[in-house]
Structures are given as C-alpha cells and as structure tokens.
Design a protein around this ligand. Structure first.
Ligand SMILES: Nc1ncnc2c1ncn2[C@@H]1O[C@H](COP(=O)(O)OP(=O)(O)OP(=O)(O)O)[C@@H](O)[C@H]1O
Ligand SMILES: [Mg+2]
Length: 348
C-alpha cells in the first residue's frame, strides 16, 4: 500500500432538488464493486432549484442517507458531490492560433460571451478535446461553477462532517457512469436525464460533451398534472403515474391522456436539440442514439412512445452499472446514474 496516493476511498453524493443519493464503490474502474447504495427524499424547501436554502437541514438528511445506505456502512468522510445542473456551465470553445501557454488567458477572455458571470466569480476547469481538428485550432471543454454556490456546498458538506474531494458538473458524472471505456467514435449520442424538477439533455460526440441544455419537463410536473386532472392527492397521483404510465389500457388511458402533451414536449425538445447540433456545429453528424436515465425515465411506456416520435434515432435506457461488476445484483437503477458516476471518480 503506497503511503501517498492520489486516490481516496470516497463515496458519491448526488444532491438533487428532491432527493439525496449515495453510492460507494471500491476496486478498479474496470471491475468496480458496489459496496453500498441508498437514497432518501428531501422535502421541498431544503434545496430550491439548486440553491441551498437550509444548510443545517442538509446535515440531518445526510445522516439519514448514510443510515439507510447499505449493505455496507459508508464510513469514509471523503465525498465526490455534484452541483445542481442549473447552477453550472459546460461550454465547448474553439480557438484559432492559440498556443497552450495562451490558452488560460484566452478562455478567461472568451467565457463571458457564453456564461452570465465574470471569470472572477467562477471556478474554472478545462480539458482540450477533439484532436482531429486542424493543427491551428484548439477546442476546449470548459466547466464553470459559481464560487458562491460551490463555497456554500463545500461549507454545508463540511458541517455534515464530510470532506468534499470534488464538486462536479452533473453531466460529466452521468457520462462517467454510462459511457463504455472505448465509446464508438463514429456517431454522436444524447443522454436525457429525467429528474424530479427538470430534465437535461447532454450531447456527446468525438470523445467529448458538446453541449448541455435543461428541458423544463419533470417528474414532479407530471405528477402535478395527474393530481389536478384526476383530482387526486399528490401520493395517489404519484402511484397512478408509476402504475399506469402511458398505457392506453390502464385506467381507460386517463393518465396517458394527461401525460401525452408533456411527453410531446420532451420529444420535441430532444428533436430540437439534436437538430441544433447538426446545424450549428461545423463537422457534426446526426444523433443516432438517445440514452435515457433518471427516475422519470422509468415511466411505463415512455421509451416506446419516444421511439415512435423519434424514428431516426435508437432510444434506450442507459446502463448506470456499466462499470460495476456486481452492480446488477445489488439493484443499481436509473435514478442512481449520477451517484454511480460520482463514485467512479477516483477509480482507474
Ligand atoms: N416507476 C416510475 N415511473 C414514473 N416516474 C418515476 C418512477 N420512479 C420514479 N419516478 C419519478 O422520478 C422522479 C425522480 O427522479 P430522480 O431520482 O432521477 O430525480 P432527482 O435526481 O431527485 O431530481 P433532479 O435530478 O431533478 O434534481 C420523481 O419525479 C418520480 O416521480
Ligand atoms: Mg438527478
């Protein structure tokens, strides 16, 4: 065992608007073993669209989460957490004739054209991508996190007795879980995460995320529509959604009828974002595959319905256990994609 090591025994913590999820993996990336997994619901108001409204309540919820996660107890205090999608920025920038030494300054100069905050207000991280571009061009994927958000999450996690090893952009964590080690380089694909309070669309091509977009379709919105349409209490509406989904036979198709406009909104947004990529990115190709993840992707009949409205692409569920050897047995499911990706962070 080396004395100094650049890897930590750390767990992944997905801080969503309505849930906390933990995943704890050990071993190597090629054959990770899932030791522990768990989730708890967080009431509305603790995190509000990504802002930490009640940092002290976080402590109580984290303790609850660690208590319900299993089968092994999570004892490490080191954590890889993600920041809410709506509070982070991921931008792909292309520079002409800029050498490696000039790159940091060039990024700081260019970024204000793409992000509504100044570089002084942001923590920045970047990686050079797309080596197949002409030699004079450099393409850089830049991640930017507002210092204020990041510092408030770091302080809140420390108050929980945890040591944040990294705070990450959610799209990167998701892809770490879903991507095979050698992704097929020849066709772009989209990942669509359908969460409690929003969906997000991530376009991946040529070894890099190309862009991410938030889509205002969510699990909570679906439940609310059912509650209003059928005059049901929120829990009854949630049960009806999960049991009936888009099935035309169940409940006389009443839930399906209520949800269809929302599903059309989702498929319209997927189509629009895929078309945007083809039109606006110089050397881009058509999106061949759409991978679904997040709790909302479990809606019965969803993937069949999306396949009908997007005949040009192949729609399927992502596999959040792609890198986890003993994952399937332990019940890794689609809502855990981000937590698994975070837990994979320090693995080689
Ligand atoms: N079987 C199911 N059918 C339909 N919807 C489901 C099912 N299971 C879970 N959901 C929905 O998934 C949503 C939660 O998904 P998820 O756990 O991915 O969200 P989150 O990560 O907490 O939220 P966010 O990513 O928006 O911060 C809820 O709205 C829930 O109703
Ligand atoms: Mg989520």
């Amino acid at each position: 065992m080396p004395l100094l090591t650049d890897t930590f025994d750390a767990f992944g913590l997905d801080i969503g608007d309505r849930s906390l999820k933990a995943a704890y993996l050990t071993g190597r990336r090629s054959a990770a073993a899932l030791k522990s997994i768990g989730a708890i619901d967080v009431p509305n108001g603790v995190f509000d669209a990504g802002a930490l409204k009640a940092p002290d309540a976080l402590r109580e919820h984290v303790q609850k989460l660690l208590a319900v996660s299993g089968p092994k107890k999570i004892k490490t205090k080191y954590v890889h957490a993600c920041l809410p999608e709506t509070h982070t920025f991921l931008k792909l920038l292309t520079f002409e004739g800029v050498g490696p030494e000039e790159l940091p300054a060039a990024i700081r100069e260019e970024l204000p054209r793409h992000v509504p905050l100044s570089p002084e207000e942001l923590y920045l991280d970047w990686a050079v991508v797309a080596p197949e571009l002409p030699a004079t061009s450099t393409r850089v994927l830049v991640g930017a996190i507002p210092k204020e958000t990041s510092d408030s999450y770091t302080a809140a996690l420390r108050r929980c007795g945890l040591v944040p090893v990294s705070l990450q952009i959610e799209a990167q964590a998701m892809l770490r879980a879903l991507l095979p080690d050698d992704p097929e380089a020849d066709s772009p694909f989209a990942v669509v995460d359908i969460g409690a309070t929003r969906s997000s669309f991530v376009l991946y091509d040529r070894g890099s995320i190309q862009f991410t977009v938030t889509i205002p379709v969510s699990g909570v919105a679906a439940t609310e529509r059912i509650a209003n349409g059928l005059h049901l209490a929120p829990e009854e509406a949630e049960n009806a959604k999960q049991a009936m989904g888009l099935d035309p036979q169940k409940g006389g198709g009443s839930v399906r009828a209520i949800l269809l406009p929302l599903i059309n909104e989702l498929s319209g947004a997927i189509q629009k974002n895929a078309a945007f990529y083809q039109e606006h990115f110089p050397e881009s190709r058509g999106v061949a595959t759409v991978l679904l993840c997040g709790g909302g992707s479990l809606l019965p009949g969803l993937f069949e319905e999306l396949q009908l409205s997007l005949p040009g692409a192949s729609i399927s569920h992502g596999n959040p256990g792609a890198h986890v050897e003993s994952g399937a047995k332990l019940g890794i499911t689609l809502p855990y994609t981000t937590a698994i990706g975070l837990a994979l962070s320090n693995m080689r």
